[in-house]
Design a protein around this ligand. Structure first.
Ligand code: MLT
Length: 320
């Protein structure tokens, strides 16, 4: 059995697969050459992150493929329905990266309320005489404590974000397809467990009551946050998006940042990846990261292991 890890795999995942007797080709084949490579090498399993797309034409031209493994959560780069119709097993790693994405949300939030993203851009360019001016520019930040965080999408990642928020004394409201109250369990290092109820409300309500908003939803056909939604938000709201670029209408966001309606945004994902719009990249009120939510050593390690375990179980015909 041959496995192609086209966007890489953690060392632990690769070793687990090799120890189980599989051949792992850990190399990057360009999208245009991928079909012929898979055919020639008779690849059984294709592992991808978000950089490789697996569409109908690729699936049709690779009859040896049995499994497509998505090292991550979002499956928008894979024609999932078609692959399954063709009898392929498609697997992902839904739980492995939640903690890492949630921590990145807070990196953007903490940086946002204290203008760190902008200070980092400007301080190296300033001389002694400008230090005081910069100090003034970056004063007047706010605390997160006692503020309301609105979480859109209360799945695994949303819940991790809620835990961190509650842990630093924020109030959490959430919006999700499932209405009603949610209980969030906070576990501390000394085995103390605290359960806190979180109210779920429709997005239209959540956006009116949130000081900060964080999005945790799959790719959408049209943005969840556009001009109309932004107009309903509190003045000076901060918005963080680590889910998918298209869930926020970028031109509407840029306009709202320019007027001060939105005070800052933290973006890990963009409408146009891997070449986000220049206006987004150059906006001083946006804290940027290049789609690295899941890119910690720990998350990648868990992702590799979770994929390896599932592949071994499937190929050895065990129950997944
Ligand atoms: C995911 O869907 O798991 C994250 O966005 C990370 C990635 O795309 O690799």
């Amino acid at each position: 059995m041959k496995i192609l890890a086209n966007d890489g795999i953690s060392q632990s995942g690769e070793e687990t697969l090799k120890n189980a007797g599989f051949e792992v080709i850990n190399t990057k084949v360009a999208q245009e050459q991928l079909a012929s490579f898979i055919k020639e090498e008779k690849i059984d399993v294709l592992l991808v992150r978000s950089a490789t797309t697996v569409r109908k034409d690729l699936i049709d031209s690779c009859p040896t493929l049995k499994i497509i493994g998505r090292a991550g959560v979002g499956m928008d780069n894979i024609d999932l329905k078609y692959a399954r119709e063709k009898g392929l097993q498609v697997i992902n790693t839904p739980a492995a990266s939640s903690a890492s994405v949630a921590e990145l949300v807070f990196a953007h939030l903490f940086g946002g309320v204290r203008y760190l993203y902008d200070a980092n851009r400007n301080m190296p360019l300033s001389g002694d005489s400008q230090f005081k001016a910069l100090k003034k520019n970056y004063s007047g930040g706010t605390e997160l404590r006692n503020k309301t965080l609105g979480i859109i999408g209360m799945g695994r990642i949303g819940k991790e974000v809620a835990k961190l928020a509650l842990g630093i004394g924020m109030k959490v409201i959430a919006s999700d397809s499932e209405e009603g109250e949610r209980e969030i369990t906070l576990s501390f290092y000394n085995d103390q467990v605290v359960k806190i109820p979180v109210k779920t409300e429709p997005v239209e309500e959540l956006i009116k009551h949130s000081d900060f908003i964080s999005l945790h939803v799959p790719a959408q056909k049209k943005p969840i946050i556009g001009k109309e939604e932004i107009s309903q938000m509190k003045d000076g709201v901060g918005i963080i998006n680590t889910s998918r670029g298209g869930v926020i209408d970028e031109p509407a966001l840029l306009e709202a940042l320019a007027t001060g309606k939105v005070s800052f945004a933290g973006l890990d994902v963009f409408e146009n990846e891997p070449t986000p719009a220049l206006k987004v990249l150059m906006d001083q009120r946006i804290s940027l990261s290049p789609h690295i939510g899941a890119a910690t050593l720990e998350a990648q390690d868990r992702i590799g292991m979770e994929l390896a375990d599932q592949i071994i179980a499937i190929l050895k015909k065990e129950k997944v």
